[in-house]
Design a protein around this ligand. Structure first.
Ligand SMILES: Cc1cc2nc3c(=O)[nH]c(=O)nc-3n(C[C@H](O)[C@H](O)[C@H](O)COP(=O)(O)O)c2cc1C
Length: 380
């Protein structure tokens, strides 16, 4: 059971509708036909609670955030990318990425990156020893420090090496191996289908695809037609990722691609409630409005408390939490002034007071005005 720092049970805080203006509850009801049509998602021996997955995000997908996302109803929430070499050499910092509460995360997915089959296999074994029930291979990271070692999106340029990595991992561990790929290295080399076939043959249990090239980084828009092409090419589940910010986006990606699951990254930054909405849409329930006032404050305080407990060192944790506060306060009236105030605090009490005052006292703009909450508007 999760508890809020203010003594209120987290679950109760999440359920309580008392702080919600009534128009918020009814204005967000939306048809979710396509999402509801996705059959149960099977990955290896596991059937996910829902085919809704948090994208692995470095610096974000830490245990406290993953737990919140799972609590909101996601089927999976993988770790951020973890270095295979770091696991191999038992680097303390690398191993800290594997820390989790097995009760809260019964289906831990650890994403690892590396370019060599042998070290990736040993790293997979270490991840499994630490509690991973699935291991995901990062084949999308565009960062030079990663790609120049042959890892991340560099693996897209060498499907045979990627397949050899899968085979080596499968020889060493029996948990399902999945992969997260991009559409290719650059515009001229968009080989996701070739890579998908090679990975399937080597035995991956599912593939998530972010259909942008390495060259694109995060610019332009995700080419969902590539997701459909991959769905049509392989027999294993394909998880659609890229530019899913709303329930409407999720319905559209399912309709346009026939994907077997959806993965949300930036849409969940400062807005874990997108997962709650997607879960409701998938279940055929009315969409809950993102909370305002006290409920929003409780949730953020809970996140802060869990974040500090996870990191141990209070000041370091507070500094790291600032990015979440930036995201949580985006699109909110007086958000800028709040961010300026909260960024300088170095005491937990002062930060908590700011959160209570700001999130507990102000209303989120636009929620009650627009029929569908659109994170892109809020971010803009
Ligand atoms: C802050 C941040 C960190 C990321 N870290 C990772 C990572 O560790 N592993 C990975 O496979 N992708 C990583 N990504 C990429 C996301 O998983 C996802 O593919 C990408 O953001 C597109 O999805 P979106 O449009 O829903 O955000 C990261 C993205 C962001 C924004």
């Amino acid at each position: 059971m999760l508890y809020s720092p203010m003594g209120m049970r987290f679950r109760e805080a999440m359920r309580s509708k008392s702080a919600l203006p009534p128009q918020c509850v009814t204005s967000l009801v939306q048809k979710a036909v396509e999402l509801q049509r996705i059959p149960p998602l099977l990955i290896g021996p596991y059937t996910l609670r829902r085919p809704i997955i948090l994208a692995p995000m470095a610096g974000v997908s830490e245990a406290p955030f993953r737990e919140i996302i799972l609590h909101m109803g996601a089927g999976l929430a993988p770790t951020e990318l973890v270095s295979a070499k770091g696991l191999l050499y038992k680097n303390a910092r690398t191993e800290s990425y594997l820390r989790h509460n097995a009760e809260a995360e019964p289906l831990l997915v650890v994403q690892i990156f590396g370019g060599e089959a042998s070290s990736m296999a040993v790293a997979a074994e270490r991840a499994v020893e630490a509690g991973a029930k699935m291991v995901d291979i990062n084949m999308g990271c565009p960062v030079k420090k990663v790609t120049r070692t042959g890892a991340g999106s560099a693996l897209m340029t060498d499907p045979q090496r990627a397949a050899a990595i899968v085979s080596a991992m499968r020889e060493r561990v029996s948990v399902p191996i999945t992969a997260k790929i991009r559409s290719g290295w650059d515009k001229e080399h968009q080989n996701a289908l070739e890579v998908g076939r090679a990975l399937e043959e080597a035995g991956v249990a599912a593939i998530a695809i972010h259909p942008r090239t390495r060259q694109q980084g995060y610019s332009g828009s995700a080419d969902w037609s590539m997701i459909k092409a991959l769905v049509d090419t392989v027999q294993i589940p394909v998880i659609a990722n890229g530019d899913i910010f709303t329930v409407a986006d999720a319905n559209r990606v399912v309709r346009e691609t026939g994907c077997h699951g959806i993965m949300v990254g930036r849409g969940a930054l400062g807005n874990p409630w997108i997962i709650e909405q997607l879960a409701a849409a998938y279940d055929g329930r009315p969409l809950p409005a993102p909370p305002v006032g006290a409920r929003r404050a409780y949730m953020i305080l809970h996140h802060l408390e869990a974040h500090i407990a996870h990191h141990g060192h209070e000041l370091r944790a507070l500094k790291k939490f600032r990015q979440h506060l930036i995201w949580y306060s985006r699109g909110m009236r007086d958000g800028h002034a709040f961010r300026e105030r909260v960024m300088v605090h170095e005491s937990r009490t002062a930060v908590e007071e700011e959160i209570k005052r700001f999130f507990g006292g102000v209303q989120v703009q636009n929620f009650s005005e627009s029929p569908i909450y659109d994170e892109r508007t809020a971010l803009g």
